[in-house]
Design a protein around this ligand. Sequence first.
Ligand code: NAP
Length: 471
Amino acid sequence: MPIATINPATGETLQTFESLGAEEIEKRLERARTAFETYRTTGFDERAELLRRAADLLEKDQEDIARTVTTEMGKPIAAARAEAAKCVKAMRWYAEHAEGLLADEHPSPADVEDSGGTKAYVRYRPLGPVLAVMPWNFPLWQVIRFAAPALMAGNTGLLKHASNVPRTALYLEDLFRRAGYPEGCFQTLLIGSGAVEGVLRDPRVAAATLTGSEPAGRSVASVAGDEIKKTVLELGGSDPYLVLPSADIARAAEVAVTARTQNNGQSCIAAKRFIVHRDVYDEFTRLFVDGMKALKVGDPMDDSTDVGPLSSERGRADLEELVEDARKHGATVLCGGRRPASHPAGWFYEPTVLADVTPRMRVHREETFGPVATLYKVADLDQAIEVANDTAFGLSSNVWTRDEEEQERCARDLQAGGVYINGMTASHPAMPFGGVKRSGYGRELSGHGIREFCNVTTVWYGTPPDVPAAE
Ligand code: NAP
């Protein structure tokens, strides 16, 4: 894949970039290692000040960087602005909370005595340079939600961003440089995916985090496994969206439209499978389809656009194949299912709803990365949960019901890293984020996220430091 900025709304190549050669990669790895040696000894106050400065700069740059993001990957400009604002919030959150989240932990005096010690505590120390392999769909947020906690913990970061967002990748490196981070603390590596293995195997790289597809995750995790290096994987999702009779159906349908089409339908935590109780199926379906049809598809730079183009020609072709396969196997297309005639250039696709979906269709098993929803009619909550869990993925899930027993049941039984009740999945700095099954492992955000790339160190004393050991 070439490293290039190609506008998905027009298909025009705006700029191409040379990938880094071996010598330049070597220099950057060495800088990451050297920077770590001093940066790891800095205090939380110093790290927080740097991160707050980066947040202030990003806040000032909001409009410009939002336009860059929209130009490179096609999300509506309002969503790009919101993404930048979310990053600023997360940076400030970690600047404020990291010290508390990584405070020393003290076992009880009885346990210390039982261990034969006189004193003991657990300290969270940084690991070293961490490689982040990141996707294009939230090109600022995915990076910041790794970088803010990793840097606050005292690690240094190496970013291998997706090849279609090089301007955003270079902006991020420059952001941390302008904020005053010492050279080497955060660097962008403009490299293709083929060069990732070499970087990951380098002994100076301590760990890796990857957000992306299942094949990319498998490849990075197997190399890291071979090197015995820690990884966090945030992979794909096919999140269920359960609608049960006691729910506010109008609200559930309205939120369903946003949950499916946010980010032009290219979000790992977008609701993708809509599993609706038969008593409210017709009502929900009518409202949902009306909402999908009402969306404005068009120029992502236009403030009034709801859905822009898909990020690449390949991405649209993959989506089209999934819809065609479903159609061939008997799915009913309730709306969309084609390219909009109004936008012949660019990689647009109409918001689409498929009904009569069966397990033999690819859309039942695979992730639809675009504005395509699948509908399922179920008889009761048991069947709803069965359909919801009938997937290889387990990222998040959404449930609409006012019945507390049903809410509890879903919180217990849905196989996912999140259960969002009467709302749609959305990440927040204070809430852990991540999946189970083929959606990956490890967590980002919250205290769980910042501790992923820490050496959890037991410090144990056999004799009080001021008492000489007995002869
Ligand atoms: P992708 O093709 O897997 O790419 C993600 C990143 O991995 C890119 O930087 C890519 O580099 C790199 N990459 C691809 N193959 C690789 C390999 N074999 N070895 C090393 N690196 C490799 O995914 P995408 O199309 O950009 O993103 C969409 C996927 O990401 C979807 O499945 C989505 O659900 C998932 N996602 C998950 C989360 C989450 O939090 N769970 C969040 C967002 C997205 P190149 O661009 O150079 O190929």
